[in-house]
Design a protein around this ligand. Structure first.
Ligand code: NIG
Ligand code: FE
Length: 409
């Protein structure tokens, strides 16, 4: 049992479902609060105004010394299992090569593919575990990880097995997404349809049988997969019980966000170039828009139309997109700063975007994402007094203490 006492402000969204419109910014604030977490890691009581929960005599105690506490942060979009880095792309980009230029020349994702195929399962696992440790220190208590650097059956399954092992070994809850349709491997060059057929016939059934993924994702993009190919793989995965996510409108608006609405995707991600029709489609299906502002920064692209999405009633989440190409950053706090500076989101909207809405984007809204009795005891105590500080200060890790399932990390 753990008692966190003397919390100056406990700030949290509330509920089990994604918040949209004006609700996105609605934050419950308890002053001079305490939170009691049971031995099994579940929140059992929240008190305020200096009162302490009953039956807490045997609890281990943390004194928050008047600081701000929030739910643990949820990184709902990463590509955290991969071999190698891609620092050699920096000079290419400075000379003017775009993200798709590098990919079309056999670099980018295809370069990471070579290093991921080469690496053993244990090597990938040990490295990813260190990334997750770094994320824990940054306040991230749950993480989604995608495959997509194998692009053949053997390596995709290897990546997914690593992700499942990480869920057992890391401090965080780790959710797994099958992203076999991330690029077209050389074996299928010029034959995207053939590659999708292969994934559906050979790889997806194995992924489902071994229960290696919770979601299926696809990179819907010019010179990668078109809308029809994306629809095929996502519907095939739905039939096997895997709900959909989509990398949509990252560079060109091909219709990925419209497809997300049509097939009831749980989330559509990136959405840098999304049109009005895509926003309307996502609002109608309550698809969570998972926005990745550090990727916009890193690719020198515009920032997603977060305000228009919130106005239209699309629930917005914010994540990192950690990967070796378009976002080599594990730090979701920087995404929160950009949520303020570039999306013009308010501090409460940003907090919901990295907690409850992010939890819903990974199918965990009933378990994590808010501090409420019955939810898991995942909290961050900050070196800050209020949530505006989280959007405002930049470049330092503002985390003081991280608590996962009632354990201090
Ligand atoms: O979300 N766009 C596709 N996937 C990643 C990048 C992966 C990579 O470049 O290695 C993204 O930006
Ligand atoms: Fe991504």
């Amino acid at each position: 049992m753990l008692l966190i006492k003397n919390i100056g402000t406990l700030a949290t969204p509330q509920g089990n479902t994604a918040r949209c419109g004006a609700e996105q910014g609605r934050i419950k604030e308890y002053k001079n609060a305490a939170v009691l977490i049971s031995g099994s890691g579940v929140i059992t009581a929240i008190t305020e105004n200096g009162k302490l929960p009953e039956n807490a005599e045997n609890a281990e105690i943390i004194d928050a010394c008047g600081a701000l506490a929030t739910p643990g942060l949820v990184d709902a979009h990463t590509h955290l299992v991969f071999g190698g880095w891609r620092a050699h792309e920096v000079p290419l980009k400075i000379s003017g090569a775009s993200y798709l230029d590098i990919l079309n020349a056999g670099g980018g994702i295809l370069n990471t593919l070579v290093n991921t195929r080469k690496a053993s399962e244990d090597e990938l696992f040990e490295r990813a575990l260190l990334f997750l440790d770094e994320q824990a220190a940054l306040g991230i208590t749950s993480v989604e990880i995608k495959s997509g650097y194998g692009l053949d059956k053997e390596t995709e399954l290897k990546q997914l097995r690593v992700i499942r092992r990480l869920n057992e070994a890391a401090a965080q809850d780790v959710v797994s997404t099958f992203l076999g349709a991330h690029a077209i491997p050389d074996e299928f060059k010029g034959n995207a349809d053939g590659y999708i057929d292969y994934l559906i016939a050979e790889v997806l059934p194995e992924v489902a049988k071994e229960k290696l993924a919770d979601f299926c994702d696809v990179f819907t993009e010019s010179s990668v997969f078109n809308v029809e190919q994306s629809r095929r793989i996502l519907l095939a995965a739905q039939k096997l019980g895997l709900p959909s996510k989509i990398h949509a409108d990252e560079i060109d608006p091909l219709g990925g966000s419209e497809l997300a609405g049509e097939i009831g995707a749980v989330s559509a991600e990136h959405l840098i170039a999304t049109r009005d029709s895509g926003i309307a489609a996502m609002a109608a299906s309550k698809t969570v828009a998972c926005l990745l502002p550090q990727t916009s920064l890193y690719l020198g692209k515009p920032f997603a139309r977060a305000r228009d999405m919130i106005s239209a009633g699309v629930p917005v989440a914010i994540a990192t997109d950690f990967n070796p190409g378009s976002c080599p950053s594990l730090n979701i706090q920087l995404s929160m700063n950009l949520g303020y500076l570039k999306y013009r989101m308010y501090p409460g909207e940003i907090l919901t975007a990295v907690t409850l809405n992010a939890a819903c984007a990974i199918g965990m809204g009933e378990v994590i994402g808010s501090v409420e009795p019955g939810k898991q005891g995942d909290l961050v105590i900050w070196q800050a007094d209020d949530i505006a500080m989280l959007a405002y200060r930049m470049g330092s890790n503002q985390v003081k203490t991280v608590i996962k399932k009632g354990k201090i990390l």
